[in-house]
Design a protein around this ligand. Structure first.
Ligand SMILES: Cc1cc2nc3c(=O)[nH]c(=O)nc-3n(C[C@H](O)[C@H](O)[C@H](O)COP(=O)(O)OP(=O)(O)OC[C@H]3O[C@@H](n4cnc5c(N)ncnc54)[C@H](O)[C@@H]3O)c2cc1C
Length: 480
């Protein structure tokens, strides 16, 4: 039942318009339009219309950069994980996070929710149902007028001799761009990570948690899930709720991680200070957080453990896989487990070979492993495969001068974390990330276009004084 107090979305949208007007936002467009070979040049092409792409677009537009395009290969309303491969009931994040609101109170999830359901419903709300988060992102896209072109994949970024990037797409031709923002998601520089031993096994026996999985087909089946993170737990819960006969959760660690370290120390200090840390300290922070691992959310864990036929196996890595008699034999330190299906909740990895859009520049991208030696005892493969990004999120060259176009490609997705802190992979600090990106791009465009701006300065000829401000009797000549 609806609370009597909500004013509805129309009123909220009116307030948002008012707030923007009072703040004189969006800033007036100021970037000179360009053409190349008679074709228009887009200032920024954003690859990905998920949360980060939406926030990046909105932040650029507030800065007065409006000649932008946003491409997403997913159909409208299915960008990102929320209603596709995410299988949790609610977000992990606290409901009150301002998320992508860019400092605008009327743009928060809370404002959106309260406008429709009222303040009492807000108090009653526990965590945000994931489908509702997607609805909110859809509203955000509409009210911030983000022109996402759905069903369009960026297939290749081609550096050009004239300093532009040609963004080849599968459904919108080739777009000439001054800069490209990769807001391509958790797996934006790679793809799923699956242990090699799975590669030879028939796909009817296994999936990764990011895959579309036919859970109804798992009814009555024996299912194993590998991993101890949120996705492993949520996939296990979904299999149980679909009626699997037995669920075995195989966890390499001796106990489930219980403390969410990096989130626990979250503050504006971390958000704005992390990027300024010396490299060794960046490494130490993230090495510690990754070693301790992020626990699965308590709700997700209880969603699994309440089923008596769900079994948790700790210190139980998968040692081998073998197809036999229409089933899968999973070797573990506890013995051989026979299952009908196994789901790998084993996360993602950086693997540029899996990203065809980066094929022409991949070899030149500098990673942390190219220039940083971890302190003794702190080696960490995931950190080593992080791109070594510039302060504006742009890639940098392995060999100086070998691929200047990398400075035009901004990596605004999860792998930026070691360089920038957690500004792209999660909800809490995405606004700070989008604003850092937008300000940096603003600086670039102004500096690059300095001649045009200087010419405007010289040409500007609208007088403020009209010549009639001083009566003739008060002019110096009158004294003489
Ligand atoms: C299952 C799951 C649950 C999560 N839950 C939470 C949570 O509760 N709280 C929290 O703070 N964070 C959570 N996160 C982390 C993070 O908030 C999400 O991953 C979020 O979706 C990141 O937004 P994004 O825009 O970077 O990526 P996405 O939302 O994944 O969007 C990327 C988009 O890029 C598009 N794309 C990729 N490549 C191309 C291409 N070449 N051309 C065109 N389009 C392309 C994709 O189609 C996709 O729509 C979760 C992540 C996952 C995977």
């Amino acid at each position: 039942m609806q609370d009597p107090t909500p004013n509805g979305l129309a009123a909220l949208e009116a307030r948002l318009r008012q707030d923007l007007e009072w703040l004189e936002l969006p800033g007036k467009p100021w970037v000179p339009r360009r053409e190349a070979e008679g074709a228009p040049v887009t200032d920024v092409v954003i690859v990905g219309g998920g949360m980060c792409g939406l926030a990046a677009h909105a932040a650029l537009r507030l800065m007065g950069i409006d000649n932008t395009r946003v491409l997403d290969r997913a159909p409208k309303g299915q960008e990102g994980p929320w209603v596709t491969y995410a299988r949790m009931e609610t977000l992990r994040s606290p409901k009150a996070l301002a998320g992508p609101a860019l400092g605008l109170p009327a743009l928060t999830f809370r404002a959106w929710f309260t406008a429709q359901f009222g303040a009492e419903a807000w108090e009653r709300l526990g965590k945000i149902p994931r489908g509702q988060w997607m609805e909110y992102l859809g509203w955000y896209r509409r009210v911030m007028a983000v022109p996402v072109e759905n069903g369009v994949a960026a297939t290749l970024l081609r550096p050009r001799a004239d300093g532009l990037l040609a963004v080849e797409t599968d459904a919108a031709g080739t777009i000439l761009a001054r800069r490209v923002v990769l807001a391509s998601g958790r797996d934006g520089l790679g793809g799923r990570y699956v242990p090699e031993m799975a590669e030879g096994i028939d796909r009817r026996f296994w999936a990764h948690s990011r895959d579309a999985i036919d859970f109804a087909a798992l009814r009555g089946k024996r299912v194993a899930v590998v991993g101890a993170g949120a996705s492993a737990m949520d996939n296990a819960a979904t299999a149980l709720e679909a009626g699997c006969a037995r669920l075995d959760l195989l966890v390499r660690r001796a106990k489930l991680p219980a403390i969410n370290k990096f989130t626990g120390i979250g503050s504006q200090g971390v958000v704005h200070g992390f990027a300024a840390l010396p490299d060794e300290w960046k490494w130490r922070f993230l090495h510690h957080a990754l070693s301790e691992q992020t626990p699965p959310p308590r709700d997700s864990t209880l969603r699994v453990s309440r089923h008596p036929h769900a079994h948790l196996h700790l210190s139980c890595p998968v040692l081998g896989l073998e197809e036999a008699d229409g089933a899968l034999r999973v070797s573990t330190p506890e013995g051989v487990l026979e299952v009908d299906f196994i789901i790998f909740g084993t996360g993602f990895r950086v693997s540029l070979a899996d990203r065809p859009e980066l094929a022409l520049v991949a070899d030149q991208i500098r990673f942390w492993s190219d220039r940083f030696t971890p302190p003794d005892g702190l080696a960490q493969p995931e950190l080593e495969s992080s791109p070594d990004l510039a302060p504006d999120f742009a890639f940098q060259e392995k060999v100086p001068g070998a691929c200047p176009a990398l400075a035009l490609i901004h990596c605004f997705n999860y792998p930026s974390t070691l360089s920038h802190g957690k500004l792209t992979g999660d909800i809490p600090a995405v606004s700070a990330g989008a604003q850092r990106l937008a300000r940096a791009i603003t600086r670039h465009f102004f500096v690059e276009d300095r001649e045009a701006h200087f010419a405007r300065l010289q040409d500007y000829a609208t007088p403020e004084l009209l010549g009639d401000e001083w009566p003739a009797a008060q002019m110096a000549g009158a004294l003489a």
